[in-house]
Design a protein around this ligand. Structure first.
Ligand SMILES: Cc1cc2nc3c(=O)[nH]c(=O)nc-3n(C[C@H](O)[C@H](O)[C@H](O)COP(=O)(O)OP(=O)(O)OC[C@H]3O[C@@H](n4cnc5c(N)ncnc54)[C@H](O)[C@@H]3O)c2cc1C
Ligand code: SF4
Length: 568
């Protein structure tokens, strides 16, 4: 007769477990499955199948009850992330329910989450930039945070590797502070952007303006279709034309026959074996039945997104790790970062009234960082720097929405495009401050009885000085290139709005001051890997997700080779 307990344990045992199926988890799953490992992906949200579950992807405004706006009854469900202004009737089903997933804002913090197969890979803006040694050396040079244990040369081949598979469009510039990716053809600047680019580059030597580098296909690639410029990406793309886990990495993982996906599985903590010094598995709560279960594996990849990964590690206590798994340094939960943005200027461009653009290009312009990149560009007011995103477009009929007018002339006027407007907004680097942190709030539990996170984070003087410079420079550039009606702005916001939360389980050379080593292994528990934003040691000023992809592929390669050598 079979021994049921042994069989049951065997059924729950895999070579690898990946927690989370978003941008980084999708890459971990693909690489580990392709490396021959039987891999279980634990995802707290529901299943979302590519195309089949993109229920709003082809709806027009008139097909929706509220024409795309978020109705009052749903605003309550999104009472935190709704503050971003990104959530509409057409996309709200891809955003996490804030009522069911509470957190404590010790200081104001906007935590934007997406709980489903694919995570935020379905919602992200696709802006995709490599980091450079300016970023990897920054902490060592100016003394904030600890030194990264890797440099650009360590990650460069992995950038190329993920870019070739994901498909990144953009223009090569040869700038040391913003290394070029392996590019598909760039999207095109419109006529006003071309003109502004020329004037900025002429009048401000050292400043460049390019089309955004994005994870959108500008030509068919690996069986996926090219972008049709519909700008409806947040609903899921029927052509698979932007990078998401659902359209790219999870199907590749699945094709190996080595993937098991388990939605509705909330990873609660890691199971630690005091004898071997290894993690042996993951405790989960089945969110449908409420049942607590255990899954086992030789290696565990934590990819639940920055703060959720740290929440799981803090929750993973044992005699050896009373303050959270791998927390010998006391740094777990600390050094939380984000980017600041919403600081810049806008104005009217007079001219080109006879020209327009075709389609809704899901992309804008980018002005790479130009402060503190060499001796000539040093600031005495701040360290690090910022880059700008923005773009030009013509006012549409909506510009007449608040006019007190009626009649044929008014209607005819609305049919004509309005003047060209141009704007830029800076994205500034945030320093890693030890006191910007998350802790477990055991007094406040969620609907599954689990402690929630308390987030205690604020921007400080350096971020404020960067923001001020971004505003002044934006105004100066727009004035110099001849725009009119210029408005400069600093729509101050709390951390989290950048949706680039990073840090809280940083990589480092010294186990006394960091949580992870140079290959993303928990220093004291080498079979646990953290490769989402929690691992970041500094924040750069460019969007981070491409770096998570490259770091994940690199760590997965290391994990597979260490497993083969029986080192894990
Ligand atoms: C509107 C928007 C625009 C953005 N624009 C850009 C951009 O232009 N460029 C850029 O680089 N980045 C951008 N980002 C950020 C980008 O989406 C994130 O950096 C990226 O998705 C992080 O990947 P991740 O794998 O760490 O986490 P996610 O993609 O968030 O995935 C985490 C997954 O883990 C699951 N999970 C969480 N907790 C648990 C648990 N306990 N157990 C099991 N599963 C769990 C979640 O349900 C989710 O599926 C944007 C984000 C948003 C929302
Ligand atoms: S704009 Fe392009 S990537 Fe976005 S949904 Fe449309 S076709 Fe897909």
């Amino acid at each position: 007769m079979a021994n049921f307990n042994i069989d049951a344990k065997r059924d729950m045992t895999y070579d690898a477990i990946v927690i989370g199926s978003g941008i980084s988890g999708g890459w971990a799953a693909k690489e580990l499955c392709e490396g021959g490992l039987q891999t279980l992906v634990l995802e707290r949200g529901r299943m979302v199948e590519h195309i089949k579950d993109y229920t709003t992807m082809n709806l027009d405004p008139w097909d929706m009850k509220y024409r795309g706006a978020l109705p009052t009854e749903l605003q309550k469900k999104h009472y935190k992330a709704g503050r971003t202004g990104f959530i509409g009737e057409d996309t709200e089903h891809f955003w996490a329910n804030d009522e069911e997933n509470p957190y404590t804002e010790v200081k104001p913090f906007m935590w934007a989450r997406a709980h489903q197969m694919g995570g935020r890979s379905l919602l992200w803006g696709k802006q995709t930039y490599r980091w450079s040694d300016l970023d990897f050396e920054a902490n060592a040079k100016d003394g904030y945070g600890v030194d990264w244990p890797i440099r650009y040369k360590d990650i460069e081949p992995w950038y190329t590797y993920v870019e070739k598979y994901a498909g990144i469009s953009g223009e090569a510039l040869g700038l040391p502070q913003l290394p070029d990716s392996h590019f598909l053809p760039p999207m095109e600047l419109n006529c006003v952007e071309k003109e502004v680019k020329q004037r900025i580059e002429k009048d401000f030597p050292g400043r460049n303006m390019i089309i955004g580098r994005v994870a959108h296909l500008t030509q068919p690639h690996n069986g996926r279709g090219q972008c049709m410029y519909r700008n409806r990406c947040g609903r899921g793309c029927p052509y698979g034309a932007y990078f998401s886990s659902n359209s790219v990495t999870l199907p590749a993982a699945n094709a190996t026959g080595n993937l098991t996906m388990r939605p509705y599985s909330i990873a609660q903590s890691l199971i630690y074996d005091e004898e071997t010094g290894k993690a042996t598995g993951v405790r989960i709560i089945d969110s449908e039945s409420g049942e607590m279960m255990e899954y086992y594996a030789k290696i565990i990849f934590c990819n639940a997104s920055t703060l959720s990964t740290t929440q799981i590690l803090l929750n993973s206590t044992s005699d050896r790790f009373p303050d959270g798994l791998g927390n010998d340094s006391g740094e777990l939960g600390h050094n939380l970062m984000d980017h600041t943005y919403r600081t810049g200027a806008m104005g009217t461009f007079e001219g080109f009234e006879d020209q327009y653009y075709k389609g809704r290009r899901p992309n804008g312009i980018y002005i790479p960082r130009y402060w503190n990149i060499d001796d000539k560009t040093q600031s005495d007011k701040f360290v690090r720097g910022f880059g700008y995103q923005g773009g030009a477009g013509r006012d549409g009929w909506g510009a007449g929405a608040n006019q007190e007018a009626f009649g044929a002339d008014f209607k005819d006027g609305l049919m004509k495009p309005g003047p060209w407007q141009f704007f830029i907004t800076g994205f500034s680097e945030c320093l890693p401050y030890h006191e910007n942190k998350v802790t477990l709030d055991k007094e406040s539990t969620d609907k599954w009885g689990q402690p929630t996170l308390a987030i205690d984070c604020e921007f400080k003087d350096n971020e404020k000085a960067l923001n001020l410079q971004a505003r002044l420079d934006a105004k100066e550039m727009l004035e110099q290139v001849g725009l009119t009606n210029i408005v400069d702005f600093d729509n101050e916001h709390e951390p989290g709005y950048g949706i680039h939360e990073m840090g809280t389980a940083r990589m480092g050379k010294d186990p006394k001051t960091s949580v992870l080593n140079a290959t993303n292994q928990v220093h004291a528990v080498k079979n646990v890997f953290v490769t989402d934003g929690a691992c970041m040691t500094s924040s750069s000023c460019v969007n981070p997700s491409l770096t998570y992809m490259a770091i994940t592929a690199r760590a997965a390669d290391h994990a597979i080779s260490e497993l083969k050598k029986r080192n894990l």
